[in-house]
Design a protein around this ligand. Structure first.
Ligand code: PLP
Length: 383
C-alpha cells in the first residue's frame, strides 16, 4: 500500500542532509562542548556554527539564540523566565485562547499559583486575534504578551506586527510561539517587534528533542534549568551537540529554499482543498483561508467524527490528524475550534491535513479520489 504522510504539523521526517551532518557527532566527535581540549573544542565549534545557522533563519544575532530541548521548553522558558525576572508584586500576563498547551498550561499554572493575573484574548470565527482586543487587556502591570504566530491546528497566522507594535509602544516584552511558522513563513526579528520566539527542530526537518529560543539582546530572563553555565547561564545542561548540529543544518537548508518550498506546498494544499470541496458534499474549512500557513488545511466533513475519519484514512495508508497531536487521544474536542465558537460536535469532526516538502501531486490526487467514498461509507455505518 502506498503510504502518504500528511501530518507534518505533528512532526517532520529528518532530512538526509541533516542526518549526515549529525552522524559524526554521534560517532566520532563525542566530546563535551564545555571541555577545553580538542574533543571539546570540535563540539563547541559545531554548536556555535549551528547557532549562526539558526540565527540566520530569523535574522537574529547568534548570541540571541539559546538552545533548548524543543518548542515546549522554549515556550516555558520564555514565559516563566520573564515572570521570574521581575520583582514586581502585581503581574499580568496576556495571551490568547488558541495557544498551544506549551503556552496555555504554563500561563494557567502561574495563575493558579496566584503568581500572575492571566488575561486571555479570544478569537473570531476564523481563529484570528483582534489586536484591539489584546490592547484592551494591556495595563501597567503587564510583563509579557504571548501570541502564537501560526496555529498548529488550523494554520491561521496572527497579526504579529500590529500586536508587537502595541507592546513596543508600552515597553512590554512580546513572546511568540513560532514553532509552526519558522521555516514556512519569512521571519525577520530585526523588522518584527518580537522579543522572544520559540522554535522546534522536529517541525522543520530536524531531530526531535531539540529547539531554540530567540531572546532579543537586553531582554532579561530567569533561567529555569539551573546548574552549569551553559548557554551563557540561561539554560544549564550539557549541550545536545548532535541535536544542535541537526537543528542548525535544517535551518540552513530552509533559509535557502523557504520561498520555493512554501509555494510548492501551497499549490498542493490548494489542490487538496479544492478537490475535497468539489467531491465531498458538505465539506467545510476551519479557520481563515486568507491568513494561513501554506501547508495547512483543517476540514470538517459534515460533522462526521474526526477520529473515525482519521482511522479510515489510516487504513488506506494516509496519515492525518484530528486536533493537534498532543490532544489526540483525549476525548476533549479541540480548544482552538471551541474558541472559534464551534459546537462540540462540529469541533470533534475536524481533520488536519498538513503537507510537507516531499508530498507530490500524485499523492494529493490519491487522497482526493478516496475521500468521497470514505465519507459515504462512514455515514452509512454510524457507530
Ligand atoms: N508550539 C506549537 C505551536 C506546536 O505545534 C508544538 C508541537 O506540536 C509545540 C509548541 C511543542 O514543541 P515540541 O514538540 O518541540 O516540544
Amino acid at each position: 500500500m502506498q503510504e502518504i504522510y500528511l501530518d507534518h504539523s505533528a512532526t517532520t521526517p529528518i532530512r538526509p542532509e541533516v542526518l549526515e551532518a549529525m552522524l559524526p557527532f554521534l560517532r566520532e566527535h563525542h566530546g563535551n562542548a564545555g571541555s577545553l581540549h580538542r574533543f571539546g573544542r570540535d563540539c563547541r565549534r559545531a554548536v556555535e556554527t549551528a547557532r549562526e545557522q539558526v540565527a540566520a533563519l530569523i535574522n537574529a544575532e547568534p548570541r540571541e539564540i539559546l538552545f533548548t530541548s524543543g518548542g515546549t521548553e522554549s515556550d516555558n522558558l520564555a514565559i516563566r523566565g520573564i515572570v521570574e525576572a521581575t520583582d514586581r508584586k502585581a503581574i499580568r500576563l496576556v495571551t490568547t485562547a488558541v495557544e498551544h498547551h506549551a503556552v496555555l498550561h504554563v500561563c494557567e499554572s502561574l495563575a493558579r499559583a496566584n503568581r500572575v493575573d492571566l488575561q486571555v484574548a479570544g478569537v473570531d470565527q476564523e481563529g484570528l486575534v483582534d489586536p484591539d482586543a489584546v490592547e484592551a487587556l494591556l495595563g501597567d502591570e503587564t510583563v509579557l504578551v504571548s501570541v502564537m504566530h501560526a496555529n498548529n491546528e488550523t494554520g491561521v497566522v496572527q497579526p504579529l506586527e500590529r500586536i508587537g507594535a502595541l507592546c513596543r509602544e508600552r515597553g512590554i516584552p512580546f513572546h511568540s510561539d513560532t514553532v509552526q511558522s519558522a521555516g514556512k513563513l519569512p521571519l525577520d526579528v530585526r523588522k518584527l517587534p518580537l522579543d522572544l520566539a520559540a522554535i522546534s527542530g522536529h517541525k522543520l526537518y530536524g531531530p526531535k528533542g531539540i529547539g531554540a529560543l530567540f531572546v532579543r539582546s537586553g531582554t532579561g530572563i530567569e533561567p529555569q534549568a539551573v546548574g552549569g553555565a551553559q548557554e551563557r547561564g540561561r539554560r544549564a545542561g550539557t549541550e545536545n551537540v548532535a541535536g544542535i548540529v541537526g537543528l542548525g543544518r535544517a535551518c540552513e537548508l530552509l533559509s535557502g529554499e523557504l520561498q520555493s518550498t512554501s509555494k510548492q506546498m501551497e499549490v498542493l494544499r490548494d489542490r487538496l482543498q479544492e478537490g475535497a470541496l468539489a467531491t465531498v458534499p458538505d465539506a467545510g474549512i476551519n479557520g481563515s483561508t486568507a491568513h494561513r500557513l501554506p501547508n495547512s488545511l483543517n476540514m470538517a466533513f459534515n460533522d462526521l467524527d474526526g477520529e473515525r475519519m482519521m482511522f479510515a484514512l489510516d487504513q488506506e495508508g494516509i496519515a492525518v490528524s484530528t486536533g493537534s497531536a498532543c490532544t489526540a487521544g483525549s476525548l476533549d474536542p479541540s480548544h482552538v475550534l471551541l474558541a472559534m465558537g464551534q459546537s462540540h460536535e462540529h469541533a470533534s469532526s475536524a481533520i488536519r491535513f498538513s503537507l510537507g516538502r516531499d508530498n507530490t501531486e500524485e499523492e494529493i490526487d490519491r487522497v482526493i479520489s478516496l475521500l468521497p467514498g470514505l465519507v459515504e461509507q462512514l455515514h452509512e455505518r454510524p457507530d
